[in-house]
Every structure is written in C-alpha cells, then in structure tokens.
Design a protein around this ligand. Structure first.
Ligand SMILES: Nc1ncnc2c1ncn2[C@@H]1O[C@H](COP(=O)(O)OP(=O)(O)O)[C@@H](O)[C@H]1O
Ligand SMILES: [Mg+2]
Length: 326
C-alpha cells in the first residue's frame, strides 16, 4: 500500500493579540496509506480542528506552524503561499467536510453557484465549464437519491439541515480529493439526519470517489465500526494510536480508558444517555506544560508524572504516551 499522508512531529500554535502562544498541537506524527480510515477522538479543545488546518496546509494567522512537516503524496504542505495552497491543495489533494454546513455555505448563492465557486477557486488545472460542474454535481447527487434539481437551484436557507450537509459533502468531494477530513460532520444534526449523512460519506467511499479519510467524532461506537486506526488526542498531543480494535477494546493510556468508559457507557443504548464526563478539564494550552499533560486528572498518576515529559512508546503493539501503561 502506498503512503498518502505523512505527518512528522507537527506542532502548531496560535499567537494571541497579547503575544501569547497557544500550543494547540504538539509533536503529532502518523502515516496513512491509501484506502485507510483514521478516527480521531478527544474532548473539546484538545486541538483536533487545529490539526485539521495543519493537515490542509492552511496557516491563516493567528495560526502558525511551530515545526514538523505534512506531506501529501510525498509533497510538503509547509511553507507554501496561501494562493498555492488554495489552487493546488484544497479540494483536490485534501478536502474538509466541516462541522457546520450552514457556515460553510454562502447564504447569498444557490448551491449550484457555490459549487462553481469552489471549482473556480480550487480546481487549478481542471478547466471545467459551469455546465460541466452542474452535470457532475447532478450526477453525484442523483447517485445518492437526492432531489437534485431542487437542491442545486436553492439557496442554503431553503434546504433542510440534512440537505445542506449533504450538499457540502457533495461539493467538497467533487474534485475526488486524495484525503478527506470530516471534522465532526454530524455533531450539529439530529439522529435521523446523522444517519443519512454518514451513509452518504460511506457510499462515497464505497464508490471510490475518495478512499482515504480522517474522521473526527465523539461517536466512538461509530468510529470503532468504520475506522482502521484510531488516534486519541489530549491537550494537543496524540496519547494513544493503534488499530480500532486495540484502542476501543483494549485501551492502555489512562485517558483513553477514561474516554472509552464514558463514551461507550453512553452508547449502551440506555434511555438515560449521559454526556461524556471525565473528572476535571483539559489544561490550558497557553501555559508551558511540564510532565504528563493528563497527570492532573489521571487516576493512576504517580508523583513523578507531573515532572517527566512523556513520549510515545510501543505498548501491546500500539503507541501510548505513558511510561507506566502496560
Ligand atoms: N484563534 C485562536 N486563537 C487562540 N487560541 C485558539 C484559537 N482557535 C482555537 N484556539 C485554542 O486552541 C485549542 C484547540 O482548539 P481546537 O483545535 O478547536 O480543539 P478541538 O477541535 O479539539 O475542540 C483550544 O485551547 C482553543 O481554545
Ligand atoms: Mg473541533
């Protein structure tokens, strides 16, 4: 299998108006092969969406790369001009399905015009007429049994939440990107609509419209069924990375264990679905952190954990950022 995405020691920070650095992503490394689905989970504020920007080469102030590299198909996305990224990377190499479809769609344009705008902005080297774009989009939407003519000729406000999110998915995958990143694509939707949206994403995968995907979600039950590998993110770092079976059924990092416990008990199908809760909150990423970032909340922390920086190491055939994990 060929490597499609290589992320090497990627660190990213925001520079606030007060000159303070927020270290949102620290030393993230992983590789994806073509056809692989990687799930990423972790509490809010752990740096998942920031990482997504880095994986698209989108460094828009106040976000800056601190170090490391991202390569798509062997080509680095670092140190590239925004114009170059817009024309040659976005939508073609890497495309994102965002969380809020409504914000992603220009309210003053019809869906068909928004699609044309996207191709015009990102489709360098692909000279397609407006009519061809319409036809391509129609073909895509028809595949999914969507009310294509109605959707394409509507403004976002005239569509249901599900139609809007599916339109975004259709548009963001129109150029058959090498890697698709879905950043909590269903979190703003009701359960029925979530199912329709998930089905569309997996239909696109099945039809090979794209084959490599990063799926960020709180829905671990979903992730364990679809992802080959799962990364757990905490306070800007990956703390565990392994196959979904390893991570879900046999977690080794104390944070993964806590997260799994909370998420899976919420999934058990009981009527009393509780939100995911773990005692305490993730640390502020604006501080310089010493030692293990989870130590404050870790039920098995030892006194030395607060001083000793933890590195990823192999534990039971997966990577874990904890010296004491077994
Ligand atoms: N524009 C910004 N300026 C400063 N800090 C930011 C900015 N955007 C996000 N952050 C901070 O970066 C951290 C990671 O945020 P984010 O990547 O959105 O996390 P997640 O997607 O996991 O919820 C958070 O602490 C957040 O407050
Ligand atoms: Mg996010």
């Amino acid at each position: 299998m060929s490597k499609i995405l290589e992320v090497k020691d990627l660190s990213l920070h925001y520079l606030t108006r007060f000159g303070q650095k927020v270290h949102a992503v620290t030393d993230v490394s992983f590789t994806m092969n073509q056809g692989e689905i990687l799930g990423i989970a972790g509490e809010s504020g752990c740096g998942k969406s920031t990482l997504v920007n880095g994986l698209m080469g989108l460094f828009i102030p106040p976000l800056y790369p601190t170090g490391g590299d991202v390569l798509v198909g062997g080509e680095s996305l670092m140190n590239r001009k925004p114009e170059d990224v817009r024309l040659n990377v976005l939508s073609q190499k890497v495309s994102m399905i965002p969380q809020g479809a409504f914000n992603a769609l220009n309210p003053t344009r019809k869906i068909k015009d928004i699609a044309a705008d996207v191709i015009a902005a990102h489709g360098s080297g692909q000279s397609v007429s407006k009519h061809q774009i319409y036809e391509r989009l129609k073909e895509r939407f028809d595949l999914f049994g969507m009310d294509t003519d109605h959707i394409l000729n509507s403004y976002p406000i005239q569509l249901t939440a599900g139609e809007r999110q599916r339109s975004v998915i259709g548009i963001s995958t129109l150029l058959n990107p090498k890697v698709v990143i879905a950043d909590e694509p269903t979190s703003a939707l009701d359960v029925t609509t979530q199912k329709v949206v998930i089905k569309m994403i997996f239909d696109l995968l099945e039809r090979n419209i794209f084959s490599t995907m990063i799926f960020i979600t709180h829905e671990l039950p979903l992730l364990r069924h679809v992802a080959h590998n799962i990364a757990i993110m905490y306070a800007g770092e990956f703390v565990e990375y392994g196959t979904s079976t390893q991570v879900v059924h046999d977690p080794r990092h104390p944070y993964t264990k806590a997260l799994m416990g909370a998420m899976l008990s919420a999934d058990a199908g009981q009527k009393h679905r509780k939100p995911t809760t773990i005692e305490g909150a993730p640390p502020s990423l604006a501080k310089t952190m010493v030692g293990c970032r989870f130590a404050e909340r870790c039920p098995s922390a030892r006194p030395e954990c607060k001083q000793k920086t933890q590195s990823m190491r192999m534990v039971g055939e997966r990577l874990v950022r904890c010296d004491y994990a077994e």
